[in-house]
Design a protein around this ligand. Structure first.
Ligand SMILES: Cc1cc2nc3c(=O)[nH]c(=O)nc-3n(C[C@H](O)[C@H](O)[C@H](O)COP(=O)(O)OP(=O)(O)OC[C@H]3O[C@@H](n4cnc5c(N)ncnc54)[C@H](O)[C@@H]3O)c2cc1C
Length: 407
């Protein structure tokens, strides 16, 4: 009987599959669409500690993510690249020079000696690089470091690593029902060609991201889902040459931060934060989000009129995150990961939230829960030193659908 079934092929699921198979468990991962077709290809694509999370006091999360950033820069140098971030400060900015310098000093400290922890003040008088940025009222600019990735490519690379270690990766397979007992779980599925099937497994990891509660509605005996809310975030891709780095900008319409980023030689702007009452199958950008992003971009980059800007939009995408239900704006709410494992069903673990950046530490947390249930196994690889290498877009097409020989 299979040891671990991971449901969901986003970054969380593939990270857990990689960690579990490397630790010696037999593992399968089932994804109802293509790998990374959910939130994990619709993020801001940052591998970062999250400077803005310092404002809401999430120091543990920031430290953990900065550690993960360092690890990913080493393990996946072709997929994760350091990028300079620029914070322009205007005479009417909400955040002042002192506050931001203090925040960046703390960010450096939390990166624990990482050379990327340094920040500098840009000499605006001698810098030509930022001439497209609104100059009126510009007082200072700070530059610090974080990293950027291709979220879909990273997810596929980790899935390929799991598969090369022996995990079975199955796309276009949707889990429809779960029956869980103290030692054995039975899982029913439907493939995209209509085939129905079932399988007995020892442990299930529900890594369906924002759909985690939806899956729990099909579990017997019933499990209480965690109290979560859904927050949608959208991005626009503009047919404008890439900026020199990532601009960290204050929205003029509220106090949020948004980014203007290089993406495949174009300019990517995002994100928004819109609370959703229910979780859609395919999240879509709204007209309000579209205007919010273009209005904010136009405030800082005035070389095109607002009407011209609209004609330069060549793409958009939208993702949803699950956040613990709490008071306060989505912007200031905790980004910590939540693991739900009930006493009457210890072999079914649901993972809520979590950031793309911290998929490796999240996988280690889940692995500890797997070990507690199934006992220790003989590890076959050390993922803390195993390179994460990009794979071709069609890597998981037909021929690669079955597990490779364990390396
Ligand atoms: C707008 C936005 C921007 C973000 N930016 C960043 C960022 O810059 N940096 C960062 O670190 N984090 C970022 N995050 C957070 C990060 O992107 C997500 O937390 C992460 O991608 C979630 O991954 P996941 O695997 O948990 O979920 P998903 O990627 O959504 O994967 C869940 C998968 O489960 C599958 N599934 C659902 N139901 C079933 C079923 N019944 N059977 C089989 N499969 C099923 C879905 O098809 C989906 O592919 C951002 C989040 C959002 C919303």
């Amino acid at each position: 009987m299979l040891d671990v079934l991971v449901i969901g092929g986003g970054i969380t699921g593939v990270g857990v599959a990689q960690a579990a198979v490397a630790a010696g468990y037999s593992v399968a991962l089932w994804e109802r669409g293509a790998l990374a077709s959910g939130t994990s290809s619709h993020s801001s694509k940052l591998i970062h500690g999250g400077l803005r999370y310092l404002e809401s006091g999430q120091l543990t999360l920031v430290r953990r993510c900065l550690h993960a950033r360092r690890q990913l820069l080493q393990l996946a140098p072709e997929l994760v690249k350091a990028v300079p971030f620029y914070i322009p400060l205007y005479q009417d900015s909400q955040r002042g020079l002192l506050t931001l310098s203090a925040g960046l000093s703390l960010y450096g400290l939390l990166s624990q000696g990482d050379p990327l922890g340094k920040f500098t003040r840009v000499n605006l008088a001698s810098s030509e690089q930022h001439h497209l940025l609104q100059q009126q009222g510009l007082r200072h600019m700070l530059q610090y470091w974080d990293a950027q990735t291709d979220d879909k490519a990273l997810t596929m690379a980790v899935a390929a690593s799991a598969q090369q270690l022996g995990a079975e990766i199955q796309q276009y397979r949707q889990v429809t029902d779960i029956y869980h007992g103290a030692r054995v779980c039975q899982v029913r599925y439907r493939d995209s060609d209509g085939t129905l099937g079932e399988r007995r497994v020892k442990m299930i990891i529900n890594a369906t991201g924002p759909w985690a509660s939806e899956l729990l509605a099909n579990v017997t005996p019933k499990q209480m889902p965690a109290a979560m809310t859904w927050v949608q975030g959208s991005h626009l891709l503009l047919d404008i040459e890439s900026p020199v780095g990532i601009y960290y900008l204050e929205s003029r319409l509220d106090e949020r931060v948004f980014f203007v980023m290089p993406w495949k030689n174009k300019t990517l702007i995002g994100t928004t934060e819109v609370a959703l009452a229910t979780m859609p199958d395919k999240p879509q950008i709204t007209c309000e989000e579209y205007d919010y992003l273009l209005d904010n971009y136009h405030h800082y980059f005035t070389q095109y009129s607002r009407a011209e800007l609209a004609s330069l939009v060549i793409g958009n995408f939208c993702g949803v995150r699950a956040l613990p239900a709490q008071a306060g704006s989505a912007f200031s709410r905790a980004r910590e990961t939540l693991f739900v494992q009930q006493a009457n069903s210890p072999r079914l673990v649901s993972v809520y939230g979590g950031k793309l950046t911290e998929f490796m530490p999240i996988a280690q947390d889940v692995l500890a829960m797997i070990r507690a249930q199934l006992g220790e196994r003989h590890a076959i690889a050390d993922i803390n030193t195993r390179a994460i290498v990009p794979v071709a877009d069609d890597y998981f097409a037909a021929d690669n659908a079955q597990p490779h020989m364990a390396l």
